[in-house]
Design a protein around this ligand. Structure first.
Ligand SMILES: C[S@@+](CC[C@H](N)C(=O)[O-])C[C@H]1O[C@@H](n2cnc3c(N)ncnc32)[C@H](O)[C@@H]1O
Length: 213
């Protein structure tokens, strides 16, 4: 029996050769990009929300940025990446995708970036997909740039199951990161200014809708 990802892939419009090339490159180079079930769900949510301006923390090679703008006819994405090799590869792929006019990529550490580096101050959606132990800091720094009624999405909320096992069974090198991620999750789920859901798809996608005053 085929798995549901294969079943869905066959039903979907064929991915562009560039998207396939990026998926293969990421797999070969062990670059973590959103998995197929995660990106499929995320794009479905964005199609419902219809954001015009999206801010992404963690571009890697530009895969999710390209997938977002190709799915949303009028959306633009600003995306931040701190790793210079990934940034260079993302620039190359964005140019090849033909979406250079709708994707702005910024090289730098999102936690250190001054606000003036952002081309816009208000976004309809914020996608946090960078260092997993720093999600609370990304959220605190960038949530003020999300418009009321806007949505904050976070990927890898399950960290491949590591958040569900007892602390002492998590490999020592990942313990602080997993603890931070779990603390962020319980903090954001109770945040009074957001209505938050944790979706059990892909590697766990958090959806926090910013309440209107
Ligand atoms: C999971 S990957 C992003 C995948 C991408 N969103 C996709 O699905 O195609 C996370 C990326 O975040 C970057 N990153 C981690 N911490 C960062 C920070 N503080 N500022 C900017 N980028 C960061 C890493 O270098 C890595 O390339």
């Amino acid at each position: 029996m085929e798995d549901f990802e294969t079943y869905i892939s066959k039903l979907r419009e064929a991915d562009s050769p560039l998207v396939r090339e990026m998926e293969e490159f990421a797999a070969e180079q062990r670059i973590p990009i959103m998995d197929r079930s995660g990106i499929e769900t995320f794009i479905g949510l964005l199609r419902i929300q219809r954001p015009k301006l999206i801010l992404e923390i963690g571009s890697a090679i530009g895969y999710s940025a390209i997938r977002m703008v190709s799915a949303l006819k009028v959306a633009s994405v600003v995306t931040i990446e701190r790793d210079n090799e990934r940034y260079a590869k993302a620039v190359e792929y964005i140019n090849r995708s033909g979406f250079g006019d709708r994707i702005t990529i910024i090289e730098g550490d999102a936690l250190l970036l001054p606000d003036e580096s952002l081309p816009n101050l208000q976004y309809d959606a914020l996608f946090i997909d960078a260092a997993k132990g720093q999600y609370k800091r990304f959220f605190e720094k960038y949530s003020e740039h999300v418009a009321e009624g806007g949505i904050i999405y976070c990927d890898n909320m399950f960290m491949h199951g590591a958040v569900m096992i007892p602390d002492e069974e998590v490999p020592k090198r990942n313990r602080t990161m997993i603890r931070n991620l779990k603390e962020f999750t319980s903090w954001v789920m109770k945040h009074p200014n957001y209505e938050t859901s944790l979706l059990p798809v892909g590697d766990g996608i958090l959806v926090a809708v910013k309440k209107r005053d």
